[in-house]
Design a protein around this ligand. Structure first.
Ligand SMILES: [Cu+2]
Length: 156
């Protein structure tokens, strides 16, 4: 009797294990089909052919074992992939730091991001390459940077 019960129990266990494997496999297949269809890099919510790029200013702070506070300002995100000739509308929200004057190297683009307000401008790259969005106040470690974001411009 005991042996029979043990057999029934292990039979249920086998069915449970098998159905778990089937469900997990089905979930994996459905999940991977979504992944293969998605193109997150160039599916950034274009409106009328213009892609919005949203950036914020952030700050990392830490205290060293000696009690010294160190900090660095950042653009977030720090790496942005775009296509050659793509029309972009960049908006940068100033969160951390009072003011960030910036330039985009290789382009005739400059401006200022102020805390609590949004700086908005049109942007377009006509050549592939890596372009730096550089805060001229916080450009290296010495000046509480490097506050640099990289536009990776790919061939269309
Ligand atoms: Cu800055």
């Amino acid at each position: 009797m005991i042996v029979k019960k043990a057999f029934v129990f292990s039979g249920k266990r086998v069915i449970f294990t098998l159905s778990t494997i089937i469900i997990l496999t089905a979930a994996l297949l459905v999940g991977s089909s979504f992944l293969s269809d998605s193109t997150p890099v160039f599916n950034g919510g274009e409106r009328n052919g213009v892609r919005p790029i949203q950036i914020v200013t952030g700050e990392f702070t830490a205290k060293t074992p000696e009690g010294k506070t160190i900090e660095t300002y950042r653009w977030d995100p720090g790496t942005i992939f775009v296509k050659e000739d793509e029309l972009l509308k960049v908006s940068i929200l100033g969160v951390n730091g009072k003011e960030h004057p910036f330039i985009i190297e290789g382009l005739d683009k400059a401006g200022v991001v102020k805390q609590g307000s949004e700086t908005v401008f049109d942007l377009q790259f006509d050549k592939p390459g890596v372009y730096r969005l550089l805060c001229t106040t916080h450009k290296d470690f010495k000046s509480n940077g490097p506050m640099i974001a990289y536009f990776i411009v790919m061939e269309k």
